[in-house]
Design a protein around this ligand. Structure first.
Ligand code: AMP
Length: 421
């Protein structure tokens, strides 16, 4: 088989790394990829959102399966572009991707089908939203409806913060059109986890739970980021709890999407808060999490390609994933200043030394080649990922590898996995 992976970040490196190990696969391409991905795949200079270019490439190279990493091409309709032409693609259609691209759509669907989620109100008018904040009080959560690069959710400890959030999203329009509508919802408390499932629109294959670390600093302090690290499994997410999420969240959601003529195929990611009243959905994503994908693929013992193919073909019923019982931890190394402004182009040293360590893989996220050297080219630069018999052992290995890698201004958290210890 010839497989094309669309995207060029840490998640896509994880997918390429796993797919390239499949005996079914002769060749992996990645659009656009990155220098780490280039070790396992041929990188092609096409942007992930260049749907016309990607369609042409898939036809030219007779690609057997296209696996889409990021949400943007999905919400732009890459699957709608490829699938009707008989080209196999893993990832939802544009209409199904609204589960992520419109939080209003997702909340209304959950409400209609009694899928557990925080109580909410939807506003199209800033005046009404402010009035609601005054009535409801704090803490409270304000969310922009549309895609906002993971920054559209503001958890507000005070009424003043909530008013400021409404002002920024609806009046100053810091997220543009994504802020045409806001959701104001109840603030939930509990333990968070990411549970991802592969589905073909009927059958559901839930994966092992993972947990990410969104804040930039140790102790979950500072601003939110795209994710500073992740680990799997999550001891507090017991098999019983995972079954409950499958029953109460995945089954009704996949069923509801089919009934709404938006059959969902691909990875469905449920961000869950485990509250006193059971698991509640914080958000849906329509793709693998980044950095959750990194520890998940390292824990997969069986071939992932038959699962991706079965989902794309609508024959997932008998698919299985065999999991390594060991733990995996991914520590993200980011550029100095991230998630604010940061400098790019810093040479990265020690990559080979780190990769030599046992059960360690250094996934590339924001890297580029410059003058024959690997340099930084994004906020999140690397996802240093390790396996270990316990979380503690995986952590030790991951940080031993992190300590070998150097670039100017590098920042990373020292406490990834601390919730599990
Ligand atoms: P989301 O992008 O919707 O996952 O939101 C980002 C983060 O905001 C989540 O990972 C949670 O930590 C937090 N969050 C979102 N919704 C709520 C809520 N209703 N209550 C408390 N925290 C929330």
């Amino acid at each position: 088989m010839r497989v094309l992976v669309v995207g060029g970040g840490g998640r896509e490196h994880a997918l390429v790394w796993k797919i390239a190990q499949s005996p079914l696969v002769k060749k992996v391409y990645c659009a656009p990829g990155n220098p780490g991905i280039a070790r396992q795949a041929e990188c092609v200079p096409l942007r992930a959102d260049d749907l016309v270019g990607i369609l042409q490439f898939v036809r030219e190279k007779a690609i057997d399966l296209t696996v889409v990493g990021p949400e943007d091409p999905l919400s732009m309709g890459i699957t709608d572009e490829l699938a009707p032409k008989g080209l196999k693609v893993f990832g939802p259609t544009r209409a199904a991707a609204e589960l992520e691209s419109s939080k209003v759509f997702a909340k209304r669907l959950m409400h209609k089908h009694s899928i557990p989620t925080a109580a909410f109100h939807i506003f199209e008018d800033a005046h009404d939203a402010h009035a609601h904040v005054d009535r409801a009080g704090a803490p409270i959560v304000v969310k922009a409806d549309g895609l906002a690069k993971g920054k559209g959710v503001i958890v507000c400890g005070t009424i003043a913060e909530a008013h400021e959030a409404v002002r920024q999203i609806m009046e100053q329009r810091i997220f543009g059109k994504a802020g045409d509508r806001v959701i104001i919802e109840e603030c939930l408390r509990g333990e968070e986890a990411s549970i991802l499932a592969v589905t073909d629109g009927r059958a559901i294959l839930a994966m092992e739970p993972a947990q990410d670390h969104k804040r930039i600093f140790d102790g979950d302090k500072g601003p939110n980021t795209g994710g500073m690290g992740a680990y799997s499994p999550v001891p507090r997410i017991t098999p019983a709890l995972r079954d409950e999420v499958e029953r109460k969240v995945f089954v009704p959601t996949v069923h509801a999407m089919r009934r709404e003529n938006r059959r969902y195929q691909g990875v469905l990611y449920a961000g869950i808060m485990v509250t006193g009243a059971g698991p509640q959905v914080l958000e849906f994503n329509v793709r693998w999490g980044d950095p959750e994908a990194q520890p998940l693929v390292m824990r997969m013992k069986s071939d992932l390609v038959p699962v991706l193919l079965a989902a794309a073909e609508g024959s997932l019923n008998d698919a299985r994933i065999e999991w390594d019982p060991r733990s995996a931890i991914c520590v993200v190394m980011a550029s100095g200043g991230y998630p604010g402004d940061y400098v790019q182009g810093k040479p990265i040293e020690g990559l080979n030394e780190a990769a030599k360590l046992k059960d360690v893989v250094v996934f590339h996220a924001g890297t580029a080649m410059s003058g024959g050297r690997v340099v930084t080219s994004g906020g999140r630069v690397l996802g240093v990922t390790a396996l270990g018999k316990t979380i503690a052992e995986a952590r030790e290995r991951a940080y031993a590898a992190v300590d070998k890698v150097r670039f100017d201004g590098a920042q990373f958290r020292r406490d990834i996995g601390h919730h599990a210890l």
